[in-house]
Design a protein around this ligand. Structure first.
Ligand code: SF4
Length: 362
């Protein structure tokens, strides 16, 4: 399939991305079709779906102070012997990095650091990693919820997924398994009947990552229904990204589509201030204003949706702000007695997405 960008641009970006520990371009044929449909309307690069998977010219050009490779400090929450395998930050919940592979790469991905690190070193076989996770969890019966993430956990072969569920449910005290997946957007066909039945049998929950209403198309809708019919509970969460969904009308449309899908929206994320993330970031004031507009303009069913920032001390919200220095842009959040500092995105660099472009279908 032809691409909306040239082979030369792809090559140049990927070479630089490798140097800078940024994920290279990787687009599935399914998503490429959606980007092409967008390009046919806009007749230029830089529409919301384009920005999700392809670099704009400034993608690796802007760096602002206080960007870090890993804001949430995933690496420091990995137990000894389980580096790049398990993240254990909350008492009752842990996250298993089942694979380092995604079928497509998101330019805004918050886990670039861990994923590019993994790409440089081949992962031990799944069974070996699973042994480590099961042993670790066996000594911690308080961990009742396990999130399968990655990469995309739905990328692993069916027999591996089946085996993983069997061991986790039989050999640990984990009662709730949650899957974070963007495969439903990038390649919905990977969710077969067998996968849906397996997830349904284990009463798994899926958090679907969708960042724009146009990412929800017929095939994906059918797959979500298939999962629900099998007994899987579906939720959603997504970041608010500049040039992708940073307008109240886009957010409203997306939340409505997710509600129609019965993929109950839970968290809207503030983008992590990680290296080379500037093109997606939004100043805090505008984020809060977007949320207020959203609450005012939509029905009360959206009131439960929370704007959160994932940090080394856990997820924090606007009510956790205890200090805000508008001169330096330094915002302090406090949670359970612990503080974390977030450096705001400078408002002079903020160019909000234009509605005609963001909702190019009209
Ligand atoms: S699918 Fe998820 S983990 Fe993979 S690149 Fe996108 S955001 Fe990152």
């Amino acid at each position: 399939m032809s691409s909306v960008i040239t082979a030369e641009l792809r090559q140049q970006f990927n070479a630089k991305a490798k140097e800078l520990n940024v994920l290279p371009i990787k687009v599935t044929p399914h998503y490429e079709k959606m980007v092409q449909a967008e390009y046919e309307v806009l007749r230029r690069h830089g529409g919301p779906l384009y920005r999700v998977v392809y670099p704009t010219p400034d993608r690796l050009e802007i760096q602002i102070p206080h960007e870090v490779p890993d804001f949430v400090e995933d690496q420091s929450n990995m137990p000894p012997g389980l580096a790049n395998v398990l993240i254990h930050k909350y008492q009752r919940r842990a996250l298993f990095l089942v694979t380092d592979k995604c079928v497509g790469h998101c330019m805004y991905c918050f886990r670039q650091d861990v994923l590019t690190d993994l790409h440089g070193n081949s992962l031990p076989p799944l069974e070996e990693r699973l042994n480590g996770v099961v042993n670790y969890l066996a000594g911690r019966p308080e961990v009742s919820e396990l999130i399968l993430s990655g990469g995309d956990p739905l990328n692993i072969p069916f027999h591996h997924l089946d085996h993983l569920f069997e061991r986790l449910t039989q050999q640990t005290e984990v009662t709730d398994i949650r899957i974070h997946s963007r495969n439903l957007v990038f390649a919905p066909q990977v969710v077969s009947n067998k996968v849906a039945e397996l997830l349904g049998k284990h009463r798994a929950r899926i958090y679907i990552h969708v960042v724009h209403p146009y990412e929800i198309e017929d095939k994906m809708v059918a797959v979500v229904k298939q999962l629900q019919d099998a007994g899987v509970r579906t939720y959603s969460q997504f970041p608010i990204l500049r040039g992708v969904n940073d307008h109240v009308q886009v957010l409203e449309k997306l939340l409505r589509r997710l509600d129609d899908l019965r993929a109950n929206p839970i968290n809207l994320f503030i983008p992590d201030p990680i290296s080379y993330s500037a093109i997606f970031r939004i100043p805090m004031k505008r984020l809060l204003q977007l949320m207020d507009e959203l609450y005012w303009s939509t029905g009360s069913w959206t009131n439960g949706v929370r704007l959160v920032l994932d940090t080394p001390i856990g997820k924090v919200r606007r009510e956790d702000i205890v200090a805000w220095d508008e001169t330096t842009g330094q915002i302090t959040f406090q949670r359970e007695g612990k503080k974390v500092i977030y450096h705001d995105f400078p408002s002079e660099l903020d160019k909000p997405g234009e509605l005609d472009t963001l909702l190019w279908r009209g």
